[in-house]
Each structure stands twice: as C-alpha cells, then as structure tokens.
Design a binder for this molecule. Structure first.
Ligand SMILES: [Zn+2]
Length: 362
C-alpha cells in the first residue's frame, strides 16, 4: 500500500539533503540505499547518473525517471508540513522539483517491495544536472539503458497533467569589446562597451513573441569601475520556439543585429556564439508511452490534461535517443521560486500511478 506517512518522510529527508546542480552525490547515495535489497542492478555512469535495472529485464523494460538536482537558492532547506501542503521554512526553494518525482517513484518501490513484488522489466534513471541545460541526460550512458518507453516525473501540477510538447531551445552569448579610457580625463579615447550593448539589446526582441516563441536576455556582465569607460560586456540570452521557421528567422535577425551594430561601431569587436541546447518534440496520440500513462491515469480515476511546456526536460534528450518519453506532473507548484509548494495528495497520486504502471506493464 502506498503510505502517505512514509512518502512524506521520504520527501522531507530528500529535500533536507542539499543537491544543487553538480552536487548530487549525497542524494544519489540516499536513492541507492533505498534501492538496495529490492532486486536491482545498480550502475553509476561516468557522469554520475544512476541507472537501476531489474535483474530480470528485456528490451521492453519500462523506464521511470526523475532528476536528482535542484536549483538555487536550495541549501539548508527546511520543509514545513501543514496539513496537505509542504513548503520551505526559509527563503529557499523547496526542492519539490524534482524530489517529489523521486519520492513518487521510491514510494511505489517501497510499497510493492512490502508486498513481496519481484521487479521485472523495469529501468530507473536518476539524472544529474537537469537544471543546467540537461547536462546529466546529455552525458547519460545510453548503452546501459534497457527500454524504449519512459515516464519522466518532472512537471508542474498533479500527475494527471501531461506535457505533450516542448520547444527547441537556443542559447546565445554576445561578447562586446570596446576600449577603456579614463572617464573624466580622456573619454574621447574610449569606446563604451555598455553603450554598444544597449544598442544591441534595443534591436533585439524581448519576451513572448508569439504563442510558441519566447526571447530573453537574462544576464549582463561587464564594466569595472565608475570612472572608466567600460571595455568589456558579456550578454547571455536564450530563445525558445516550436516553429522551425521562427527558429531560422530568429537566428537570422540575431546575426543581422550583430552585423548592423558592428557597422555602427567599427572599432569595436562583437562576437556572437549560439547553440541549440535541446530540440523540440510533440507527442502524437499514437505514442505508446503516452497511451500507457493515459491508461494508468484512468485506472486511478483521474482526468488527464495535456499541455505544451515552454521548458525542456530530460525527455527532450531521451527522445533523441529513440526513447518514447512522456513527462507528467509530480505535485509541485511554483517551481524554481521560494514560494514552491508540494501537495501531499498529488504525490500520493504520483506514487499510485507509478505503482499502477509497474503492475500493469512490467
Ligand atoms: Zn525539474
């Protein structure tokens, strides 16, 4: 039986372990400990991702997955349980993203193990650094993974909320090199990188551009002191879109803005670097992992909601490796904020869903 009490305890223990991206080792050991004695072969790949495979397995294994890292501010988290809701005591995130997902999976394993269930045809993947542009999944040792259908617990809201599409994500960096000079003595000898940056920023779009496209400059860094003409500026931006056409258009306009600004400020050096960090997908109704999840949602008496996401998840990477992946909610609200909360009944549903998936499909 899924135990609300045990599940709440597991969740509180998990969020009490600091695991900002890059520092997941302690959480990984906690999960390994939870898995021991349950009949899984444990494999930690070179990057530190944890892969657990049931002793009896085949290429038809079902994959359950969640990530082990959290965003900042995420150190020294103290969870507060108030009736059905868990929040963080201090000014930190709660870490429900993705520890509510980990909890749902681990509780289903605990519950089934208690009933002497023998796990078969099941693969568990726990990744590192999902929050750093899916670095863990990118470095995942796919040669060790059995199974072509994955359910990933990493969405907002209850487990009945299914993410059925995700955009392509492009990150870009702009480096602007002007010329330093004393601001009061000889400003005419300088070339302000800040002024050039403002010219670049003004020409670029910003915010939600259409239903399927967003554009943002999220970081600006540079200058040294108040009384010097600034010589260097770095900008970090991103855009996301589900349209190939818009993707090409935005890549074009970004390059054009750089060329145009370079022509305005001939003595400056402006460098642009951009990279596709993950690629879009959209699930069809024929997707077998989607069908499997819809069946279990129905078994639990829940009503499914399908919606697109502006974010990426490990699913974007798994799909590129020919693993049909569906991302579902794990009971979290306000992800990546200090107001993040977790609904205990939703995590209970998550665990029940996991249990149903395991019982009916493995
Ligand atoms: Zn997440």
């Amino acid at each position: 039986m899924i135990s609300r009490e045990r599940l709440t305890k597991t969740f509180c223990e998990l969020v009490s372990i600091d695991s900002p991206s890059g520092e997941e080792e302690e959480v990984r050991l906690y999960i390994q400990n939870k898995l021991s004695g349950k009949g899984f072969e444990i494999y930690v790949d070179d990057y530190g991702n944890l892969i657990a495979t049931s002793k009896k397995s085949s290429s038809n294994n079902i994959i359950l997955s969640a990530h082990m890292d959290t965003v900042e501010p995420g150190r020294g988290i103290i969870p507060i349980v108030d009736k059905d809701t868990i929040s963080s005591k201090n000014d930190t995130i709660l870490g429900g993203d993705c520890k509510a997902g980990l909890t749902g999976i681990l509780e289903a394993l605990d519950s089934l193990h208690e009933q002497n269930h023998v796990f078969e045809n099941l693969t568990l993947i726990f990744t590192r650094e999902e929050e750093v542009a899916l670095q863990g999944a990118r470095h995942l040792d796919f040669s060790q993974i059995l199974g072509k259908k994955a359910i990933i617990f990493d969405g907002e809201g209850p487990p009945s909320v299914i993410t059925n599409s995700s955009p392509t994500y492009v990150s870009f960096d702009i480096e602007i090199i002007g010329r330093a000079a004393h601001a009061g003595v000889e400003p005419e000898k300088g070339l302000s990188a800040i002024k050039i940056a403002s010219s670049v920023i003004n020409k670029l779009p910003q915010g939600r551009l259409d239903e399927e496209t967003t554009f943002n400059i999220g970081k600006i860094e540079g200058g040294s002191v108040r009384n010097a003409v600034p010589a260097n500026i770095y900008l970090e931006g991103e855009f996301r879109t589900s349209s190939i056409e818009t993707l090409n258009d935005l890549n074009h306009s970004l390059s054009n803005v750089i060329i145009e600004t370079q022509n305005e400020f001939k003595e400056a050096e402006i460098n642009l670097k951009s990279e596709i960090l993950f690629e879009k997908y959209s699930l069809s109704n024929e997707d077998s992992s989607l069908k499997l999840v819809l069946k279990s949602i129905d078994n639990l008496g829940l009503k499914p909601t399908l919606k697109g996401s502006g974010g990426g998840t490990d699913g974007n990477i798994f799909i590129k490796h020919d693993i049909e992946s569906v991302v579902i909610g794990m009971g979290v609200r306000g992800m990546h904020t200090i107001n993040e909360t977790v609904s205990i009944p939703d995590v209970v549903d998550c665990a029940n869903l996991c249990q149903d998936i395991i019982l009916k499909n493995t």
